[in-house]
Ligand binder design. Sequence first.
Ligand code: FAD
Length: 467
Amino acid sequence: GIAIVWFRRDLRLQDHPALAAAAARHERVLPVYIHAPDEEGEWAPGAASRWWLHHSLDALQRDLHRHRGELHLRAGPSLQTLRALIESSGVEAVYWNRLYEPALVARDTEIKKALREQGLHVASFDAALWRNPWQVLTKQDEPYRVFTPFWRNLRAQLGDDPPLDTPSPLRLEKAEGSVTLDALELLPRLDWADGFGAHWTPGERGASDMLERFADDALRGYGELRDRPARTGTSRLSPHLHFGEITPRMARAALREHADAEGADKGLEPYLRELGWRDFAHHVMYHFPHSVERNLNERFDRFAWVEDDAALERWQQGRTGVPLVDAGMRELWATGWMHNRVRMIVASWLTKNMRQHWLKGARWFWDTLVDADLANNSLGWQWVAGSGVDAAPYFRIFNPVTQAQRFDADGEYIRRWVPELRDAPKKLLHEPWAQDGFASSCGYPLPMLDIKASRQRALDSYQDIRD
Ligand code: FAD
């Protein structure tokens, strides 16, 4: 009989447990993708994610053509669409890999139940994370709220299972009624994303090329250089991981092989630990599902957040007058990605110096990041705001000038993304306001807030919610 493999955010053929099981147990596999953004609640994919999704589906389509099949594309709702396919094509089973977003867990549970009641064989598989969120618990069987002990537990559980190969042979089935990729209208109408293609190649092949580049150029120095935003010192795999074009297991296997051969194993553990943060973020989202909308630390419900749309817009557009913050926001706009160190700094500027609610920043990132990921984004924002689990303490307010002097000392990153300051002398690059008239002579704004005074105001506001 035929098994549907319902592709979601696992847009690859290798290390795909649902596909492997379907190919092993059934005569033919019908690969299906259903676009159903309404089913993701408040967090339907943003514009940058849709750009990525379009190109990733296109890549998967081409990979399936190589196996003489095609990806059956449909618009949702998911359950009705699956049912229609089941009726018309003699399907006996439906397989998928798990997702962990609260709205999707609820949807998938319902679909599983409904299809089983109809007599179908339905199975879901583990593929996106190292371990499921319920497989890493404290001795008291509780979820973790602190990363280090979580990671110790998870690290000890990492086995040596190799990634699964692409099933061979892969006998694919086609069905009537597929729509074209263009009909899903994923690409943004604005031309803003047109330049993304220079930075990214969505799809399984693009992911493995990116991984290889990282293994060759950056793995060895990852521990030291991952905080330098001017370098390509990190893997830039985040969008590929989000869309499941590669799994942590595939990344680890490839990097290990490389590290053995090149003696680059120094970077491997710090890198695995960073992937551990990804599992931790999903763990927190799964066990504390309200954390994607609400402060985990309820004291922050009383925080005196500022409402100021004009100020928010200056931050979004990279016109705050603070060079490192503006460089980050412009990198985001131009490439759909921002370096992790700079994400922390722009988030600290918004939530602490500007005192705007972290959800405003999270929403902007949601729409503009190609790697927008509900678990990682919520954790990152709540961490910086100080309202989350294992959060930065309230008095940790990044100073964007000292951070720039430390991590972008010669200003390469700022010069790249803030062309107004390209020719600024080094001593003014990080503080263009330090000499009267200099910033305006470059056509660059003065800082929207005094760094010291706004820091003090933030500290005072935290005092108010402490008791
Ligand atoms: P690498 O350093 O090469 O790390 C490898 C992988 O580990 C990443 O691809 C990512 O999957 C995972 N990872 C690394 N750091 C973290 C982290 N702190 N938390 C969770 N996973 C991590 N990451 C996203 O994938 N999507 C988001 O929407 C997102 N929003 C963020 C918002 C804020 C305010 C902050 C501070 C961080 C956010 N991050 C997010 C985490 C991190 O910035 C990115 O994962 C990282 O910059 C991606 O670049 P990379 O792949 O080169 O990372």
